[in-house]
Design a protein around this ligand. Structure first.
Ligand code: MRU
Length: 355
């Protein structure tokens, strides 16, 4: 089954994206024609989730180069650097953003003789290709991971790693979808995912649209359900994975992983290879975004904490690799020692690219 929505789409002279801040109440598509507006959409999570942010970055770069005058190659280079810098400053944790920027820059580097019109065209084609690739990758991840889930099992997920966090189909939710579409009776427990409630607003909306049974819980209920034997597996996405397998994901993921280990429940991560940052030895050097205290003191426009209270609003945490039973990628399922698996997968992918 295809996604019942389109997360992000290139429309020739603008980007069309589903404004995720308005879900589940309103299904509103934004028409983005300026890089400033795209950066704003990424910052305020109108488009969110590591792979979707990567695609948005690539499309944003293509968009930013559309109106550079044909005659001016130097201006093109200057503008490219400026647009990449601007998009690169939106959110620090999801490595897919920086991976996408590098891939777009490589297109320009690969054709030093090309003129501005040609480069513009190549950047657009690359961005569109990256959107298609991401959808294909999600299907591959899903195929690799679907047998991890058994018939009749209940699977807990945190935040949203579905079609809305990617160009389509999803990573962690993709694995669940593939198992479900293969005839397994899976039900999902969705953590609400405070403070921005991606689980409540987005994951439960997405799963209900797909007809997959979902039960929403407050974040602090996961332990009690595990203790009662009501959760069989956990699967989440990731924003950046270090070479040793330490995985950054939405705040609260680490607590779920600790609980899962305590209860002997397998804990899986699903992510494309573009989320793996082999330049980092471990999760300690993953940059972690801290966001506006207002997101904690308010729900929407309603204030739920005293004015002026001190707040920590850390957007992501790092789950140490020891707590991860397997990392599902498009090239297979990595297990400890993760670095070895990752190297094999990257090599295999490179070979596939050459053939
Ligand atoms: O702040 P968000 O909503 O962008 O955070 C998203 C997550 O943490 C997702 O779980 C992660 O990006 C994996 S998405 C396939």
């Amino acid at each position: 089954m295809d996604d019942p929505f389109r997360t992000i789409e290139w429309k020739g002279d603008h980007i069309r994206l589903l404004d995720q801040t308005l879900l589940p109440g309103d299904e509103v598509y934004l028409r983005i024609s300026r890089v400033d507006d795209l950066c704003d959409a990424i910052r305020r999570l109108a488009v969110r989730g590591a792979p979707a942010i990567g695609v948005a970055a690539a499309m944003g770069i293509a968009l930013g180069m559309l109106d550079v005058p044909d005659a001016d190659k130097r201006d093109f280079q200057r503008r490219l650097e400026e647009v990449c810098r601007q998009i690169g400053s939106t959110r620090p944790t999801a490595v897919n953003l920086f991976w996408a920027i590098d891939r777009m820059k490589e297109v320009v580097k690969a054709f030093p003789e090309a003129d501005v019109a040609d480069l513009r065209d190549k950047l657009v084609r690359q961005a569109v290709l990256m959107e298609q690739e991401d959808r294909d990758l999600c299907r591959k991840i899903a195929r690799c991971g679907k047998d991890l889930l058994g018939d009749g099992e209940t699977v807990l997920t945190h935040c949203n790693a579905g079609g809305l966090a990617t160009a389509g189909y999803g990573t962690a939710l993709g694995v669940i979808r593939a198992a479900w579409e293969g005839g397994k009776r899976i039900s999902v427990i969705a953590d609400e995912t405070r403070p921005l409630n991606q689980g409540a607003r987005i994951t439960s909306w997405e799963l209900m649209k797909l007809g997959i049974p979902v039960t929403l819980i407050p974040d602090n209920t996961a332990g009690a359900l595990m203790q009662r034997g009501e959760i069989h597996k956990v699967i989440v996405g990731a924003d950046r994975i270090a070479s040793n397998g330490d995985a950054a994901n939405k705040i609260g993921t680490y607590s779920v992983a600790v609980l899962a280990r305590h209860h002997g429940i397998p804990f899986y991560v699903a992510a494309p290879l573009s989320t793996i940052d082999m330049s980092l030895a471990d999760g300690r050097s993953i940059p972690i975004e801290e966001r506006d205290p207002h997101e904690v003191t308010h729900i929407g426009t309603v204030q739920i904490a005293p004015a002026g209270v001190k707040v920590r609003n850390i957007a992501f945490d790092v789950t140490p690799h020891e707590l991860i039973s397997g990392i599902v990628t498009e090239m297979g399922i990595a297990s400890d020692p993760f670095e070895e698996s990752f190297r094999i997968f990257f090599d295999k992918k490179e070979q596939e690219g050459k053939s």
